[in-house]
Design a protein around this ligand. Structure first.
Ligand code: 2BA
Length: 106
């Protein structure tokens, strides 16, 4: 048994959740926020059999797009504060797979 923790872009989460449900996966959806951009994203917790992990990762790869997002920052030159914007690439999805030592439903 594994726990797949997937951090997914909000824009992809609707389609990803529908597909996971269609394919019979059980999961929990949590509204989360990235620590760097402070933008909303979605974290999915999926408890699943070991042999189904690759199917989940393939589904995420196919349905989560990489995007470029603006990242505003400031610099200080003497008493002048300047605002700038650069860009960061935000992944399709960030996925962690962990072993589950025990799983029970009451
Ligand atoms: P954020 O923390 O808002 O990060 C958004 C994007 O900003 C990241 O995309 C990365 O390109 C960049 N970034 C993040 N931290 C940075 C830093 N310290 N310096 C420079 N650039 C930085 P992704 O790597 O695709 O991550 C997308 C979201 O996935 C993250 O949103 C965060 O919510 C989560 N995430 C990514 N890696 C993680 C990790 N190792 N542990 C926990 N959550 C993670």
């Amino acid at each position: 048994m594994k726990m797949v923790t997937a951090i997914v872009n909000k824009k992809d989460s609707g389609r990803v959740c529908s597909l996971l449900t269609e394919k019979g996966f059980f999961f929990t959806k949590i509204a989360t926020q990235g620590g760097f951009l402070r933008a909303g994203n979605v974290t999915l917790l999926l408890g699943t059999e070991d042999e189904k992990v690759d199917e989940i990762i393939a589904l995420l790869k196919e349905n989560c797009a990489k995007r470029t997002e603006p990242y505003p920052y400031v610099t200080h030159v003497g008493h002048t504060v300047q605002t700038h914007t650069t860009e960061v690439v935000v992944g399709g999805a960030t996925v962690f797979v962990t072993d589950v030592s025990r799983y029970e439903k009451m």
